[in-house]
Design a protein around this ligand. Sequence first.
Ligand SMILES: *Cc1c(COP(=O)(O)O)cnc(C)c1O
Length: 398
Amino acid sequence: MKKGKHLYWGEEIKAELAHLEDISQKRHLFTTESADQPWLLINGRKMLNLASNNYLGLSGDERLKEAMIEAVNTYGAGATASRLIVGNHPLYEKAETALVNWKKAEAGLILGSGYTANIGIISALVHRDDYIFSDKFNHASIVDGAVLSRAKHQRYRHNDLNHLEALLKKAPIEQRKLIVTDTIFSMDGDFAHLEGLVLLKEHYNAILIIDEAHASGIYGEKGEGYAHHLKLEDKVDIQMGTFSKALGSFGAYVVGKKWVIDYLTNRMRGFIYSTALPPAVVAAAETAIEIVQYEAERRTLLQKHAEYFRGALADFGFNINGSQSHIVPIVIGENEITIKVADRLQKEGIAAIPVRPPTVPENEARIRFTVTAAHTKQELEWAVEKIALVGKEMGVII
Ligand SMILES: *Cc1c(COP(=O)(O)O)cnc(C)c1O
């Protein structure tokens, strides 16, 4: 191909798409109907939803919906400006008060998506010549935040604190250091080793940021997150999490010391230069914060379901890759076979979604299941039978 011709970039992009198709990594959109239910309609076929992040079943909750409708009627559809201009509608203060009371934090902010929260927080806190130490399996938004910050980005082997310490040791003492981790990892469903991370961050005078996206609403007595579950919340500098998973709607939060939040308000570009969340979204977040604190039975049920599902799949011989939570992968290996297994499961009525590189390491393609409090035990038992049937038929288990 000749460079310089106006068709060149188009041909190159089409070749890249063809390559993705060849290596079974091309992704396609499909439409899901009735997404807040345990049962979905995909292309007219009814399937059990074992792929959503609606962990506590709050997305369909009447109280969230009503709060959203009321917010729209009172404040309109949009916020009309960024928060530092005229977009800081009264629902923000209400929701942020609920947030800091829930998390027992000094201060907090409600932000756009978890993705924009991570890129904003990280790039505000470290800059060129600083150091970021990030778990290899951290969410893509953390990786992107690190790149945007221009700091030196060092990825330690997954949950390998010895590797992290070796990297910390090598970084110049005078340079700012930031350690960042998911508390529950998105693709494996295992936990970060928070106690060890706290010790390292104290010893090496680093900032510790945790991403509670998969743990908010689920761990801790009131669903505050995994740090609270371990009673380490005061040892962590910055906790972020989302309203888009267990809390059922959309948006993210960050909590920490008052001066940290004050700094972020002044330095996070995604906060300063982006329109405030629509009033309805903030109202849903506030309502969900109230609900998760007091409806602990949702957490208990989720744990029971997760324990059953992990145990049952592992007993059948599936490789659940050390999952300890409601995120339960079965690692299959090559892309092609993983896609075939997913297709077969869909034919059996399970919305199985294949997860492939680069989201997971090469040759570790998998189907990632998530269980929720909205499932019934019978639905999960039914799903396990089907997964085992397909697994045997396709040689994934013996
Ligand atoms: C889902 C997720 C995010 C992104 O949150 P959104 O609100 O979906 O943008 C960030 N971090 C982790 C660990 C996540 O799982």
